[in-house]
Design a protein around this ligand. Structure first.
Ligand SMILES: Cc1ncc(COP(=O)(O)O)c(C=O)c1O
Length: 425
């Protein structure tokens, strides 16, 4: 008797009630049933080594017993209050203790919101309107952030290209766009627009592209010189590149940062953190009606998410946590690079050990246009073949977890070897 395809039935139901059959995040042809450690299972029971990791939050692995226990204990005592709760306050304290720029914290529920408010805080503080971002930089889904995130036909710098329908044309005047890793262009724009520029926002590790030596330092210098705020979007890199996040890892401290993913322990929670004089704009009592930034969210600082986040941070603080994460990531990156090279495939394995991917092509990648020069079709095929062989990942990222074991690495190596054979056959 043929096995029942439970997943196909659920996929069919999804197509009827969800646009495109998905939540919008990931192709709807896979439905995940459960996750444990560094692995997930789909609704047909097929097992995968999971490098998607919920798009990053599950740094300590799925269903970690300590995170689960912390969340369950909190759930039994009520799940949301709107008023302050002890867990959220403790999480804010932990963030202030860990992240160099964080003197104060405001919680929200998603990274998109955090980025939107960080940009607004920069405007409120400087009383200027424009924001400079980098082409290909991801800062969530707001009208401002969806400028030149992934333009198919990139325009002339610094003109932004809207990535979505429904964005007012007038907003194009409020965003300037520069190429990542080109300090000269960015510095020139900061100088030219200093009277109207509120902030520069960037992912310190832009998707999988590391900052070139001196780039972050140069941005820090030029923004400080002109009273423009430097905002690091650390939604991905926060607590992933190190306990002090990318700003500690790369040694450059911004004025504000945004955090998400890891700090919610797998629940919806994100934050804006930074200098107290800027964060004061969330406090009407401190800045008065004129400077006050209205900001309220029903689930902000949610106690279940905060308890799960605190349990996650406690695990990350243990001796050897990041050494282990980096060792696993380094082994994976080196293995993949070696296997591809051995098969004569021109490829760049790029990123940092906790987060990387490949770009098929002979040239090192320094910016968004560099990724466009990569062979996207080969990457798509490689990912699809890997999926068949039990490797789950996002389109352009391997997220590494503390929970990935030597056995997971071995399985991944075998899957890569066999996928490369299939790719070159
Ligand atoms: C760098 C970065 N910023 C912001 C966001 C948005 O976060 P969220 O999906 O929680 O809105 C993401 C999401 O992946 C991200 O990668």
């Amino acid at each position: 008797m043929a096995a029942i395809d439970v997943q196909a039935e659920i996929v069919g139901r999804a197509r009827r009630v969800l646009p495109g059959g998905t939540f919008g995040n990931f192709p709807g042809d896979i439905v995940i049933r459960e996750g444990r450690g560094g692995r997930v299972w789909d609704e047909n029971g097929k097992e995968y080594v999971d490098f998607l990791l919920g798009s990053g939050p599950m740094l300590v692995g799925h269903a970690h017993p300590e995170v689960t226990a912390a969340a369950q204990a909190r759930i039994a005592e009520g799940t949301t209050f709107f008023a302050n709760n002890r867990h959220g306050i403790e999480l804010a304290e932990a963030i202030v203790a860990a992240v160099p720029c964080a003197e104060q914290v405001r919680f929200v529920s998603t990274g998109s919101e955090a980025d939107l408010y960080a940009m607004r805080a920069a405007r409120a503080f400087t009383r200027r309107d424009k924001i400079l971002k980098f082409e290909g930089g991801y800062h969530g889904m707001s009208d401002y952030s969806l400028m030149s995130l992934a333009p198919k036909r990139p325009g002339n710098f610094p003109q932004p290209v809207a990535d979505s329908a429904g964005i007012p044309k007038s907003l194009r005047d409020e965003i300037l766009v520069a190429p990542f890793n080109d300090l000269e262009v960015a510095a020139g724009l900061v100088r030219e627009h200093r009277q109207e520029l509120a902030g520069v926002i960037l992912e310190p590790l832009q998707r999988i592209i590391p900052p070139a030596p001196g780039f972050l330092e140069g941005l820090r210098r030029i923004t400080a010189e002109h009273g423009v705020l430097l905002i690091f979007d650390e939604v991905v890199t926060g607590f992933r590149l190190g306990y002090g996040s990318a700003q500690e890892y790369y040694g450059v401290v911004p004025d504000l940062c945004t955090l998400g993913k890891v700090i919610g322990g797998g629940f919806p929670l994100a934050a804006i953190a930074g200098r107290a004089d800027i964060m004061a704009h969330f406090d009407r009592g401190a800045v008065g009606d004129d400077g006050f930034m209205m900001q309220v969210g029903t689930l902000s600082g949610n106690p279940v998410a905060a308890a799960a986040g605190l349990a996650t941070l406690a695990i990350l603080q243990r001796p050897g946590a990041y050494e282990g994460l980096f060792a696993t990531g380094r082994e994976l990156m080196e293995t993949l690079a070696e296997l591809l090279k051995r098969n004569g495939i021109a490829v760049q394995v790029t990123g940092e050990p906790p987060l990387f991917d490949v770009v098929f092509g002979p040239e090192p990648v320094r910016d968004y246009r560099g990724t466009l020069r990569g062979d996207a079709e080969t990457l798509r095929r490689f990912n699809a073949i890997l999926r068949e062989r039990g490797i789950l990942k996002g389109e352009q990222k391997y997220y590494v977890s503390l929970a990935h074991t030597a056995e997971d690495v071995r399985h991944t190596r075998e899957a890569w070897s066999s996928a490369i054979k299939a790719l070159t056959a």
